[in-house]
Design a protein. Structure first.
Length: 455
């Protein structure tokens, strides 16, 4: 029977033993689904789980659910849960809470866990130190492989991962890391110093978290050591932490591209006034920018009065330029995020976008030229000057789309050059920029082509 169908029956039976057996025999992901499906029982579900399975489930839940569970659980159960969480997961959760709540929850931790948590929270907010866990296995280089395996059996259950073992000297200085596979396959009497190769990748505790993401992506590792400036091993970062980080950064970039500040909490949980503040700044900036469009149209008021038909194509012109700019901006932002291009590649980018812009603009220009001519043949909408009108709009589209692709591709690179986040060159901002310049291009082309006839 589906767990979602079985669970309500068990809850109604109030058989505590059956409920516990049922929940403890489910996959962690299935338990999380039950919590989302039956939020009214979420604290009961967590209360019936063994503490280790409860902490494993807790860390994969979204933040609003985690907050509710902590509020609903009895104090002793909250203490058990927080103490059983790995240090990095506990720190990640506490970061989402108000400072006064954090102070109270830290008091429930065991002295050693409290010390570790306060240490992690003391690092800068976006630093590698906030992500690391001190739960790792360290050995010394003069140990034999047999001694290392015995040590893993003894302390391995408390480690974040045993896939990688870390070699340090008597002062805790990092020497190398070694995969568990190499230890298992080595001669039991061989010393660790004869197994290591001194080829390692390490992070500094003060590195930003983007550096950690890049290191994992480029080096195909499941865990990386974190060192201080004196090469003392402080902790490790595992791939699951980096995957969660990548998901958060992706969400932030999507929000910025959409023309709003990044939301630091779930949409439905964010107070309305705070959400308003996140959105209003960019909206005002874009609104003021769009006012330049009215100024540009006012500058060409005489041309519009003489050839009112030109106004019919203004939405077409500015939307095409904005769309092409948004396309280019999004592609470049993504490529920069993936490390496919850097600032020094700007000339290669602009050459590609010149060709792309010309091709895209030409296709759209041909389409609009054909449409105007055919429409005039059927409905006689544009009169004897249909050819001039079709040419004006078609050529203008080539220019506007070309400019849109260049502006959209260069703006993220320029922002990156000046230390800003490329994602802030959002699609709406690029579209606004191209709207104003697109009108200038459109009416300039119209003046050149129609001078002496309609103008």
């Amino acid at each position: 029977m589906d767990p979602k169908e079985r669970f309500p029956e068990l809850i109604q039976s109030e058989d505590v033993l059956q409920i516990r057996d049922f929940l403890n025999n489910q996959n962690i992901s299935d338990v999380a689904e039950l919590i989302y499906e039956f939020p009214e029982y979420e604290s009961q579900i967590m209360g019936h789980l063994s503490i280790h399975r409860a902490s494993s489930t807790f860390k994969i839940l979204d933040v609003p659910t985690q907050k509710r569970i902590i509020q609903e659980l009895p104090a002793f159960k909250t203490a058990e849960l927080l103490n059983d969480l790995s240090a990095d997961d506990r720190t990640s959760f506490l970061e989402e809470l108000p400072s006064e709540v954090v102070k109270e929850l830290i008091k429930t931790l065991d002295p050693e866990e409290r010390k570790i948590t306060l240490s992690l929270l003391g690092y800068p907010e976006r630093s590698v130190g906030r992500l690391m866990t001190p739960d790792y296995i360290a050995v010394e280089r003069d140990w034999t492989v047999r001694e290392v395996i015995d040590h893993i059996r003894e302390v391995g259950k408390d480690s974040e991962t045993i896939d990688v073992i870390y070699v340090v000297d008597e002062k805790g200085l990092f020497i190398d890391d070694i995969r568990i596979r190499e230890i298992i396959l080595a001669n039991p009497e061989k010393r660790i110093e004869d197994v290591i190769d001194n080829r390692y990748i390490a992070l500094n505790v003060n590195d930003d978290q983007d550096t950690a993401s890049e290191a994992f992506k480029m080096n195909n590792r499941v865990a990386l050591p974190v060192l201080d400036n004196n090469k003392v091993l402080l902790g490790i970062i595992t791939i699951d932490d980096v995957l969660w980080l990548a998901q958060e950064e992706f969400s932030e970039d999507i929000q910025k591209i959409g023309g709003t500040e990044a939301l630091d909490e779930p949409y439905l949980e964010m107070p309305l006034l705070k959400l308003f503040k996140k959105r209003i700044v960019w909206l005002v900036v874009l609104f003021l920018s769009e006012m330049l469009t009215a100024t540009a149209m006012g500058y060409f008021e005489d041309e519009i009065a003489k050839a009112v038909v030109l106004a019919l194509f203004v939405p077409l012109i500015i939307s095409s330029g904005g769309n092409s700019g948004s396309q280019a901006s999004t592609l470049i932002i993504q490529a920069m995020a993936l490390g496919e291009i850097t600032i020094v590649d700007w000339w290669r980018v602009i050459r590609r976008e010149l060709v792309s812009g010309l091709l895209l603009g030409t296709v759209l220009g041909i389409i609009v030229f054909t449409r105007v001519m055919l429409w005039n043949q059927v409905f006689h909408t544009y009169g004897e000057h249909s050819g001039l009108i079709a040419s004006t709009v078609g050529i203008s589209l080539v220019g506007v789309v070309l400019w849109g692709t260049i502006a959209g591709s260069m703006l993220p690179i320029v922002l990156k050059k000046f230390g800003a986040d490329p994602a802030t060159s959002s699609a709406p901002f690029v579209a606004t920029l191209v709207d104003v310049t697109g009108l200038v291009i459109y009416f300039s082309v119209a003046f050149m082509i129609m001078r002496g006839s309609l103008l």
